[in-house]
Design a protein around this ligand. Structure first.
Ligand code: EPS
Length: 388
């Protein structure tokens, strides 16, 4: 079983991650982690912060001669923006007159107001530094190690963007390789497979920027190669869709998650939803559709897992909404910070990361072991069909 923790404020000195439970004998390098960190930094609609950062995770411990030891792995990612924030984010105590003015105008939709009340912070800065999506950098770095783990076992994860600001991609289920899906998506500024829709998405982002507004969207994460029976119907907390959905919902600004047809299942009859099962003499059982999104009864069914997640428009607006000053109780407009106009392409990479992290425990529960060698042996030894 794995556990992981992240620490770090958006404009603090650095971000830190600890991952416990990765089996021994997995080859991993900082370069492999860097690849995903770079992917997360891209995307049309990102703000100026991404021009400052060059996210790189240093592996501090847990790896020797390029292989995991089975001991906890610790990663360190420097915030390049830190020197610009040293005084504002000082760790040591500062005299009141040397501190920056507290932020007191909460942004509707953000963690600002509830966070300030919950932790008794008179300065919203204390809330927004940790609630920032900058934290996902660490998750993506830790998940890059899981990506390598699954890749070694023939399981791959990819993603692409389906919608930005109401512009929907014409997507096809034909492409069956997550690696190929991600390769094509990564070449596009909004990570959309439909070039025409991508142009319209960029226009919608430009328009929002001009108007001091933001846009959200929908991305899809795809997982291939997962054997049948990861997760279980036998208990509520073992259901794979529940585990993956919770992981997706933990990403900043995600408001809904679905599998396969997702909400569309509500509009169709059973005969139009369920994936018929076929076989031919001597051939494997197969399906010709994947409306279930690869999960039936809380278990992987051997088809590609398709998870879609909807992201709300970011709540830092160039033209801020009405709010109330927390100290004076006077009506004000919400605070304005440098931010992104659209982060859906980046969120798709974070979606891949959360899927990878969330898959670890259900997978290890079925095929687990302390070393890559043992896990591979467990997979090789799994029985065939019960009727064989
Ligand atoms: C974020 C605001 C922006 C984003 C940031 C998330 O940062 P800044 O306030 O420094 O301009 O760029 O995302 C990242 C830094 C990142 O690495 O993804 C927010 O308020 O959540």
């Amino acid at each position: 079983m794995i556990r992981y923790l992240t620490a770090g404020e958006s404009h603090g000195k650095s971000l830190v991650g600890i991952f416990e439970g990765m089996p021994a004998g997995l080859e991993i390098s900082e370069i492999e982690i860097a690849r995903d960190l770079t992917r997360r930094q891209q995307g049309y609609g990102r703000g100026d912060r991404m021009k400052i950062e060059r996210d790189h995770a240093e592996i501090l411990v847990g790896v020797r001669y390029g292989e995991t030891l089975g001991s906890p792995i610790a990663l360190l990612i420097e915030n390049k923006d830190w020197p610009n924030w040293e005084a504002r984010m000082a760790v040591e105590s500062l005299a009141k007159e040397n501190r920056t003015e507290p932020l007191t105008s909460p942004r509707p939709g953000h963690a600002d107001l509830s966070g300030a009340i919950k932790y008794q912070h008179a300065d919203i800065r204390n809330v927004i530094e940790r609630s920032s999506a900058r934290e996902t950098t660490t998750r993506v770095a830790l998940a890059a190690i899981c990506r390598k783990f699954f890749y070694e076992l023939g399981i791959t994860v990819g993603s692409h963007v389906l919608n930005i600001g109401g512009v929907t991609a014409n997507s096809s289920d034909a492409m069956q390789s997550p690696v190929e899906i991600s390769r094509i998506a990564d070449e596009n500024p909004v990570r959309c497979l439909d070039g025409l829709a991508a142009k319209k998405m960029m226009a919608v982002i430009d328009e929002a920027k001009t108007n001091g507004d933001t846009v959200g969207g929908i991305f899809e994460v795809v997982i291939a190669g997962l054997p049948v029976g990861v997760g279980s119907y036998a208990h509520y907390d073992k259901r794979l869709d529940g585990i993956l959905a919770g992981a997706m919902m933990s990403i900043h600004a995600i408001k809904s998650v679905g599998f396969g047809l997702a909400e569309e299942v509500a509009n169709r009859k059973g005969s139009e939803v369920h994936d018929r099962i076929f076989t031919a003499e001597g051939a494997a059982i197969r399906r010709e559709t994947n409306n279930a999104g690869g999960i039936e009864g809380g278990m992987s069914n051997g088809q590609m897992i398709r998870i879609r997640a909807a992201m709300k428009p970011l709540s830092t607006l160039g033209q801020p909404l009405e709010s109330v000053d927390m100290s004076s109780k006077e009506p004000v407009v919400a605070l304005r910070e440098r931010s992104d106009v659209c982060a859906v392409p980046a969120a798709a990479i974070v979606g891949e990361a959360m899927a990878l992290l969330a898959l670890m425990n259900p997978f290890l529960e079925k095929f687990g072991g302390d070393s890559m060698r043992e896990i591979k042996a467990h997979i090789a030894a799994s029985p065939g069909q019960p009727w064989d």
